[in-house]
Design a protein around this ligand. Structure first.
Ligand code: SAM
Length: 267
């Protein structure tokens, strides 16, 4: 099997409240705010990850990869990256980038998967992106990442419970070794201005106007993560509508949006 096959789960992707991502996918990468958020997030992730000697052995799972902007930056630093998104349109764009005629044809360790992941044991994520072979059913990931997704998720505890289940447990054999880690990034709900992150026309599927430190600490600890840390990672300047619904982001005022980095480790 080719290493960059697209796996498609029969789960309908329109039932997630995120149907708009199928139509937005074609123009996703042309949005400068999305590109900027990705590069700022990538720096945040790299600064928190282990050195290359360790990182290069990591099998990584990304939830809500979109068109793979972050996936394709991280892939050269890790062994493999399984890139999951609920919107088939997003996965189609990523698959094209990785195809022989695509812009990232040299990347051979990313596997796009169209799926709303709810079961950590779902065999759809248990295929090695490098070899194309099925992994042992007990296979777990070293790292789960997710960028700009949490504000679209209705039940954060359910999502983090699933993430927890996909991560390696800590090993008690020989040397005590910590389990797999989760690191996520999303904009902070810093008050009423946070609503302006999205233009009014793009509110479909927005479950919350950013995340807060308190709620994220509660969610991660509630699910059982240890070494929980939620902190501001970076601030992104973004043009917003001058008035709600005006649709004039190109000329609107610039607002500073802080982003929270949420970290935890499976026991
Ligand atoms: C705002 S986009 C961000 C995409 C990408 N991370 C980026 O920054 O370009 C949110 C993405 O999360 C996906 N998504 C939302 N909830 C999801 C879930 N529970 N599982 C997988 N993907 C999900 C959507 O389909 C959408 O592509």
């Amino acid at each position: 099997m080719a290493s960059q096959t697209t796996a498609t789960d029969p789960t309908p992707t329109t039932g997630t409240g995120n149907a708009r991502f199928n139509t937005d996918a074609a123009n996703w990468d042309s949005n400068p705010s999305i590109q900027l958020a990705t590069s700022l997030a990538f720096e945040s992730y790299l600064s928190r990850l282990p050195p290359p000697s360790e990182l290069s052995s990591f099998n990584v799972l990304e939830i809500g990869c979109g068109t793979g902007l972050l996936s394709l930056l991280l892939a050269p630093h890790v062994r493999s990256l399984t890139a999951v998104d609920a919107a088939e349109g997003m996965i189609d764009v990523l698959t094209h980038k990785l195809s022989s005629v695509g812009s990232h044809a040299q990347i051979k360790n990313v596997r796009p998967v169209a799926c709303l992941l709810e079961d950590p044991e779902d065999p759809i994520i248990k295929i090695d992106p490098v070899t194309g072979e099925a992994w042992d059913g007990n296979m777990k990931f070293d790292l789960v990442i997710s960028h700009l997704v949490l504000h679209h998720v209705a039940d954060l505890s359910a999502l983090f419970k699933t993430i927890y289940g996909t991560l390696k447990p800590s090993s008690t054999h020989g040397h005590q070794k910590g389990g797999g880690r989760v690191i996520t990034t999303d904009f902070e709900n810093f008050g009423p201005e946070a609503r302006r992150f999205h233009p009014e026309a793009k509110m479909e599927g927005v479950e919350r106007h950013g995340i807060t430190k308190e709620e994220m600490e509660g969610v991660l600890k509630g699910v059982g993560f240890e070494e929980v840390k939620v902190e501001r990672g970076f601030v992104m300047q973004k043009r917003v509508e001058s008035e709600p619904g005006k649709g004039d982001m190109e000329r609107g005022p610039v607002v500073e949006f802080p982003f929270l980095v949420c970290e935890g480790r499976r026991v």
